[in-house]
Design a protein. Sequence first.
Length: 282
Amino acid sequence: MKIGKYKITVLDTGTFGLDGGAMFGIIPKPLWQNNNPPDVKNRIKLGARCLLLESDSRKILVDTGMGNNWDEKFISIYNVDFSQNTLIKSLEQKRISVNDITDVILTHLHFDHTGGSTKLDNGKLIPAFPNAKYYVQKKHFDWAINPSDRDKGSFIEKTFLPLHKAGVLNYTNGDEFFDDEIQFLNINGHTIAQQMLKISDSSNTFLFCGDLIPTMYHIPIPYIMGYDIQPLETVKEKKAFLQLAVDENWKMIFEHDHTNVCATIHKTEKGFNFKEGFTELK
């Protein structure tokens, strides 16, 4: 898929599991379990999908997945599975090395979005992409280093503080443009100052949803994660962006749907839902 000067590729980086009840909030289990069958521990399977944007002068990575710097307890709790792919393997399949990445855009600093941003080198945590500039919203970074008691478990400092210490972390501020095709869209329901990416040209628009709409089955307005720190803000944000997706024919890219890569949206008398889902970017 090409948008403007960028070739866009999705990168699968493995899967993990989170409690289905937490993922669907107030929605009763009978309404979500058919499309998201839980395991014996009530965990549903989730992807950790990243984007690669390539132009003549840049190779941009959007989020970095779970990474692999975890102990056996963590891997067991979150049912982390790298048997099919990792971020590095996905890049190698595209004949891209970690040294080729020029920019890493982080939607936010929860461990499942920035875990692959750092690596161990001789016992020291360093940026995993040595030639890249990293980008995150300044308000979000400030929140991540001083989170609330409710969400502090989602921020694991080893996945992002080494970036700050190395001087490679650059700060964005609200709804600003990265360049002609890429715009950051700031939202505050899931966490403070998450940045989604709107990628567009005169013909097509994609919205990389981050954790506003983690899977295709989270499109209906009430389907909101229990992890969201301001769920009523999430309601407002979903209404606004889903309406734009309908009005302007956007496609939504899902970071955590392990099957469905993207979808078009429609609105019926029952509200918003997917019109057509796709297992590849198109």
